[in-house]
Design a protein around this ligand. Structure first.
Ligand code: ADP
Ligand code: ZN
Length: 300
């Protein structure tokens, strides 16, 4: 039987502060979208359900749903706890069975990834990672997340990669305490948005691109990217998130990564290696729609 050509897909990008929702016939055919704030799980899921109810009444049922969720979340389908969030400082979300809640809400197959992996899938589909068989999507916002994208899909894993919590070497001129409740001086503790605000009193875009604040942040981001190069050797690192919107960070971090590598394993690394996302803030929902479409095709 031939599949209906105008199947409708849904996407949820579940972030720490906001949730992006979309429906469409495909990643390049978004028909409707909205954003709701992230609150506790029940209130948040009720707002998500209201959007999809309204859209499916208008446009027909969803063929599949693609979800990018903050983590840590168990994403190994062979794990009996598949789809459950791990302990988390976000009120109400630690241990929450997200997949079960979505399945109660939506009568369609659900494809699940981290929010960062969904954005990476979007960038691989039609953005800054397209045409590359191995790339990393790194986001620096309220936290730091990363995903390894191989041939357009997140690399399967026990849990998922967490480069944001790699330890970094503290710079002697930096005396502000690292903020990660688990590790102190990991990348997230030293250089995610809240750490930058605690250190400088303002977000990074308040400072000059050639100033000492950018130099310090770039040094840490460069260390992190150098570690990613050594561990994964991706063909490109896409650096997104609120902090990466500060002008000059991509170039300064590329230079800092090369300094950190000190001439070792730097083949192919130069201008543009650490690149901004081509899809901007849409990468997550576009990736969600790609994941939904793939899940639907798998099941057909
Ligand atoms: P979230 O991580 O919550 O999904 P963002 O990626 O927007 O959201 O990250 C929010 C963090 O990024 C905040 O700490 C904020 O200070 C910082 N931020 C947001 N926009 C900018 C910007 N244009 N330049 C620098 N920092 C920014
Ligand atoms: Zn940490």
């Amino acid at each position: 039987m031939t599949k209906h050509l105008t199947a409708l897909f849904g996407a949820i990008e579940l972030g720490g502060t906001k949730i992006n929702l979309a429906v469409g016939a495909g990643p390049d055919r978004i028909a409707a979208r909205t954003q709701v704030p992230t609150r506790g799980p029940d209130e948040t899921l009720a707002a998500v359900a209201a959007f999809f109810l309204q859209e499916t009444r208008l446009r027909g049922p969803l063929a599949a749903l693609g979800v990018g969720a903050f983590g840590p979340i168990i994403l190994n389908p062979d794990d009996s706890e598949y789809g459950r969030l791990c302990p988390s400082p976000k009120p109400g979300w630690g241990g929450y069975d997200l997949l079960a809640a979505l399945r109660r809400m939506m009568d369609c197959p659900v494809a699940l990834a981290t929010d960062v992996a969904a954005a990476g899938v979007g960038e691989a589909h039609c953005g800054a990672l397209s045409g590359l068989d191995c790339g990393v999507y790194l986001t620096i916002g309220t936290g730091i997340g990363a995903a390894i994208i191989v041939r357009g899909a997140p690399l399967p894993a026990l849990l998922h990669s967490e480069f944001g919590h790699l330890p970094l070497r503290r710079l002697p001129r930096d005396v502000t305490a690292g903020l990660c409740p688990f590790h102190g001086d990991c990348a997230e503790g030293l250089v995610a948005g809240p750490a930058i605000a605690a250190r400088f009193g303002k977000p990074l875009n308040a400072f000059a691109a050639d100033g000492p604040e950018m130099a310090l942040v770039a040094e840490y981001v460069g260390q992190l990217c150098a570690a990613i190069v050594l561990a994964v050797s991706p063909k490109r690192i896409v650096l997104g998130g609120g902090v990466a919107k500060a002008h000059g960070l991509h170039a300064a971090a590329t230079a800092a990564a090369l300094r950190a590598l000190n001439g070792y394993a730097i083949h192919g690394i130069g201008e543009g290696y650490i690149a901004p996302p081509a899809l901007g803030d849409d990468a997550g929902v576009i990736g969600g729609l790609v994941l939904a479409m793939r899940r639907w095709k798998e099941q057909s």
